[in-house]
Design a protein. Structure first.
Length: 388
């Protein structure tokens, strides 16, 4: 059994590096289409600790989460393009917020009906899931720590977050053939599409990264300082029992700090790989969460998967109702839904399938979700706590 702090860190880094390398290889990319790399980054350390390959009780896991998560979040939020988001047509923003509201309403409602089977202790798991489905994986991990979600609760939610979004994306892609009929029935304002084309013209979804060792060192300095400032500031703020802990404050502070930095010249560090480094740190945190989990924690998963699909269906109903009121085209319904539930990796894909020139709208809406997802997840989690 691997027990030392340094050997455990090296082992977790090796798993993360191996999974990311294999998933990026052209020969193996297709195998990660429906079970993404982020799942294996969590699942393989969990298997390792469950079978006694590494010490599942090591305190190093908690320290990795506590100290590195704020640093990862600061780098990820550094890439936020607030100005570009504000230039989107108001209908696009309305649909995104309607999708998020749908998740926030549906999650406590579904939890209320299934808690007799899954147990009231699952409230924080549903809160973490809602953070993912209004933002992304980074928001789910942040909300998990902020809400104090036990590993036994978080593990099955990772399964739900893997299966449901990809199944939902498949349905959205298949529904593209219904777009003309839907827009005719809805009397959709198709001129919104032209306006979005004008406002996002020239924006690329992919950016070329530059190599500069000095800038990379500066990225790590920013990450470390952001983490230190958020943790220090959180210790100075009041704790509200069962609502806001010191670490919840730390997550909130670093999120605000990351958004602020995105409005300054520091944002240019994105060109030198700050987002890529942020995700690498985030996934390392995820390996530590997986390592302190156990296969035995996967209980009531089938019920939770069914609950996840029900949440998504209610979310879709609310989105369609909003689209009916504001005459939003099906493009915005599908894109806003995927931006909420799928995130930055898949929202541009769905957007491009519906309107090939508007992939950037999916990206911008998903980035907006990344900015707000942690806050919305914490709020939804507290509502679930009240329901429990």
């Amino acid at each position: 059994m691997i027990t030392g702090v340094l050997p455990i860190i090296i082992f977790l880094l090796a798993i993360e590096t191996l999974v990311l390398s294999v998933s990026a290889h052209p020969k193996f990319k297709k195998y990660f289409k429906f079970i993404p790399a982020v799942f294996w980054i969590y699942f393989l350390p969990m298997l390792s600790s469950s079978f006694g390959l590494i010490d599942s009780k090591s305190p190093v896991y908690q320290n990795i989460s506590f100290y590195l998560l704020p640093s990862a979040l600061s780098l990820l939020l550094l890439s936020s393009d607030i100005r570009a988001i504000l230039k989107l047509e108001k209908q696009a923003l309305i649909m995104m917020f309607a999708g998020s509201l749908g998740i926030m309403i549906a999650t406590p409602l579904v939890f209320y009906f299934v808690k007799q089977w899954v147990g009231p202790q699952m409230w924080s798991g549903f809160g973490a899931l809602s953070a993912s489905w209004t933002g992304g994986s980074a928001n789910m991990i942040a909300a998990k720590e902020a809400l104090g979600t036990p590993d036994s609760v978080f593990t099955p939610m990772v399964i739900v977050d893997t299966i449901v979004p990809y199944a939902w994306m498949g349905l959205l892609v298949a529904a593209v053939t219904l777009q003309p009929a839907y827009d005719k029935w809805n009397r959709s304002k198709r001129e919104i599409i032209s306006a979005l084309n004008c406002n996002t013209a020239g924006r690329d979804c992919e950016k070329n990264k530059k190599n500069n060792p000095q800038k990379i060192i500066f990225i790590f300095i920013i990450a470390i300082l952001s983490g230190v400032i958020s943790i220090y500031g959180a210790n100075k703020l009041p704790v509200i029992k069962n609502v806001i802990s010191n670490y919840t404050w730390a997550i909130i502070i670093v999120s605000i700090l990351g958004i602020f930095l995105s409005l300054t010249p520091v944002k240019k560090l994105e060109d030198y790989g700050s987002e890529k480094i942020g995700y690498f740190i985030l996934y390392f945190v995820l390996t530590s969460i997986g390592a302190r989990s156990s296969i035995s924690h996967i209980n009531a998963t089938l019920i939770l998967i069914a609950a996840g699909f029900l949440i998504v269906i209610l979310h879709a109903i609310i989105l369609i109702a909003a689209a009916r009121i504001f005459k939003a085209p099906m493009f915005l319904v599908a894109t806003a839904s995927q931006a909420n539930i799928g995130g930055v990796a898949s929202a541009p894909v769905v957007a491009a399938i519906y309107e090939p020139s508007l992939a950037s709208v999916g990206l911008l809406l998903a980035v907006l979700g990344n900015i707000l997802g942690t806050y919305l997840g914490i709020i939804t989690g507290q509502i679930c706590h009240f329901v429990a």
